[in-house]
Design a protein around this ligand. Structure first.
Ligand code: NAD
Ligand code: ZN
Length: 676
């Protein structure tokens, strides 16, 4: 075969392979190769096409954004201006080549020696969206899709607090582009919640954000904390910008979240230094960035540079080294949780990932382990994003084809901490150590939980210190914390005189923690942060709660019969009652402060908010209703007194109308509040 024939065959092979990987990546969220590997194949195809442009086909991945058309049941929207992708640079050399390519291109356009200013922006690893504002109102929000046609996700984008619903001083038409993302801590909390509930976990924050935004039901999006960074404008009428940096400043002034770290740099050297600097810092951010986007600042130069294939010629993505690595799964060990749940984790052959050596990774639960089909001895893909606990994503490609793999790891028959025989209750997600009272593993978890942020919030008492206090026998229950003296603490490893005094002060301060959080801190099964607060609001004192019947507990918002029974049972337990008495004797709060709800003009009334209100944010409206003695819940039922409907209200309004619930607008709400 001729050399051209060889090249054409290889190009076709690469196209098919890339198409396959793109489908796994974008549609099924289940890539089998790393981004660097994908980019290498992509680079090879691109090089072939550049050497021989006749090899370029219209369906080549180098010519199409995302590689795929939208497939979901969401409405399709055609973008007013295509949403493009970005070319990559993985080294200083590639970045300098890009600048040289721009110079060459401009020279052909008759522009010699252009002066470049560059805007460097963190490359947020989320999903691109377009927000269309007409006369200041958010008319439509859409995903990128295949760059030309995206999906209408306005209903979900409206639930994101960072996205302005209305703009002051706005031009007739404005398209804002940005990245929707999930913060790393939120991502981790979401996955933990899902694992606890036996649901599948998300592989990374991008996955979680994309999965959430593409849901049909906006309630789901509202429950998952998403945010956005704005990084550009698309079509506009009545406003234009000479520089990209002007557009960003203008967006910021109008209330869009524009990342504070974005900088303007004059030359290539400065840009390179900036990229390397962020590469160092990437782990310290609370959201994932996978690189730096470098853009030419001057709008006229951008226009002259134009687009090549699916990428603007005037921008490039400096990609960081990958945060996934392949290593060997040496063992699966099991940790005992607060309620005796056995949580599997992976012991790995140590491997450096993104600047840190990873030896352990979370595996969430037994089902997760089975779903991922992980076996001891397998080569596995580990992912480390920011400060989040590393996770095992899957076996490495081709492992599944091996025939000599070990069995699926099973939870141990005896508790690794106390040796008690483990049990798996019918229908439960976790195998358990049933020794709630005597298991040191559970004791440690409960103590750690008690002092954690959101619970009693005792600063200066990390998990290692908790372990030391328990091991040394200095405390045997959380009540003992309140008897500690600075002298006693100072004798322990890791404490000096000052830190010991600070710890005693922090423990003392925890007596101010409100009753609802104390209930949460006790570590009762089914009593999370919100349920703790709701119980506190309903019963107002521990005495009332301890006397309550399961039926009375079930009348608390958010608590069903089954939950109520579990909570009731734990409160009957002698040890739990002794612990509560001991904490109470030491001054921990077991009463709700302030006037009882029911004192305001809205006492006993239940509200549901839907849509965007003209003035009040959701948080403001909720706070004012609660301050007036009312209650806000998330779904409409016969018990709802009022639905407050704003712009684009969604299904709750329809339901309210069906059930005959009163519907008011913002003015109606303000009237009910009576100027509170
Ligand atoms: N592993 C696989 O199998 C596989 C398959 C397909 C794609 N991929 C990966 O996906 C990449 C291609 O994805 P892509 O086309 O979405 O492009 P991209 O992610 O490389 O870059 C374009 C996107 O960057 C985002 N972005 C973040 N911050 C930005 C900012 N400040 N300014 C502008 N844009 C910003 C936008 O969403 C934009 O659409 C490849 O490089 C590859 O790494 C991997
Ligand atoms: Zn045990």
């Amino acid at each position: 075969m001729s050399r051209r024939g060889d090249r054409a065959a290889r190009a076709a092979e690469l196209r098919a392979e890339l198409q396959d990987h793109a489908e796994r990546y974008y549609v099924h969220d289940d890539p089998v190769i790393g981004d660097d590997e994908y980019d290498a194949l992509y680079g090879e195809l691109k090089a072939l096409e550049e050497a021989d442009p006749s090899l370029v086909t219209a369906d080549s991945p180098t010519q199409r954004v995302g590689g795929l058309a939208p497939v979901s049941r969401l409405e399709k929207v055609t973008h007013a201006q295509p949403m493009l992708s970005l070319a990559n640079a993985r080294s200083e050399e590639e970045l300098r080549d890009w600048v040289q390519r721009m110079r060459n291109h401009l020279a052909r356009e008759g522009i010699e020696d252009p002066v470049f200013r560059f805007v460097c922006e963190p490359k947020i690893d989320g999903l691109a969206i377009s927000l269309l504002y007409r006369d200041g109102g958010l008319e439509r929000g859409a995903t990128r899709g295949d760059g030309t046609v995206g999906e209408d996700v306005t209903h979900n984008l409206r639930t994101i607090a960072a996205i302005p619903a209305r703009l002051e001083d706005a031009p007739p038409l404005l398209e804002v582009r940005g990245e929707v993302y999930m913060a790393l801590t939120d991502f981790q909390a979401l996955n933990e919640r899902r694992a606890e509930a036996g649901e599948s976990t998300f592989m990374n924050p991008r996955n979680a954000a994309a999965g959430t935004i593409r849901q049909l039901d906006p309630n789901l999006a509202a429950q998952r904390p998403l945010s956005m960074w704005a990084y550009g404008v698309g079509v506009t009428e009545g406003v234009s910008f000479a520089r990209h940096s002007d557009a960003l400043a203008w967006l910021r002034e109008r209330g869009f979240p524009v990342n504070e770290d974005i900088v303007v740099r004059d030359g290539e050297d400065e840009v390179v230094a900036q990229c390397l600097g962020w590469q160092e810092r990437r782990g310290s951010l609370d959201f994932e960035i996978d690189g730096v986007v470098v853009k030419v600042d001057d709008a006229e130069l951008q226009r002259r540079l134009g687009v090549v294939g699916r990428d603007p010629r005037w921008a490039i993505a400096w990609k960081f080294p990958p945060t996934t690595k392949v290593t060997r799964l040496l063992r699966v060990d099991w940790n005992v949780g607060k309620f005796g749940d056995l949580h599997p984790f992976a012991v790995l052959e140590p491997v450096p990932v993104g600047g840190v050596t990873v030896k352990l990774a979370t595996l969430h639960n037994e089902e997760d382990l089975a779903r991922k089909d992980l076996r001891v001895g397998d080569e596995v893909i580990v992912l480390r994003a920011g400060d989040v606990i590393p996770q095992v994503v899957s076996p490495a490609p081709h492992v599944a084809e091996r025939t000599d793999r070990g069995p699926l790891p099973r939870p141990p028959e005896r508790c690794p901490d106390c040796g008690t025989r483990t049990v798996k209750p019918e229908g439960a997600v976790f195998t358990k150590c049933p020794n709630r009272k005597g298991c040191p593993g559970q004791q440690w978890q409960l103590t750690k939980h008690f002092v954690s942020r959101g619970a009693m919030d005792v600063e200066g008492l990390g998990e290692l210190q908790v372990q030391r206090l328990l091991d040394a026998g200095v405390i045997s229950s959380v009540a003992d914390l309140y008897d500690l003296t600075a002298e006693r603490i100072a004798q322990l490893e890791g404490y000096g005189e000052v830190s010991a005094r600070n710890l005693v002060a922090a423990i003392e301060r925890s007596k101010e923690v409100p009753f609802g959080r104390v209930l949460f801190a006790l570590g009762l099964e089914e009593v999370g942060f919100v349920t703790g607060r709701n119980l506190a609001q309903r019963f107002r004192s521990i005495d009332a709660l301890l006397e309550a019947t399961p039926d009375q507990i079930a009348q608390t918002p958010g608590i069903g019969e089954k939950m109520a029974a579990t909570i009731y049972e734990q409160l009957q337990d002698d040890d739990m009652r002794a612990l509560i008495a001991a904490l109470r004797a030491r001054g921990v709060r077991f009463e709700e402060e302030g006037p009882p709800p029911g004192d305001g003009p809205l006492s006993g009334r239940t509200f549901v908010l839907t849509g965007t209100l003209p003035e009040l944010t959701r948080e403001e409206a909720t706070a004012r209703i609660v301050a007036a003695g009312g209650r806000v819940t998330s779904s409409v039922s016969k018990k709802t007194d009022y639905v407050v409907a704003g712009d684009s209200p969604g299904s709750k309004l329809a339901k309210a109308e069906r059930l005959g619930v009163d519907v008011v607008d913002e003015n109606g709400l303000l009237a009910l509040l009576g100027g509170v």
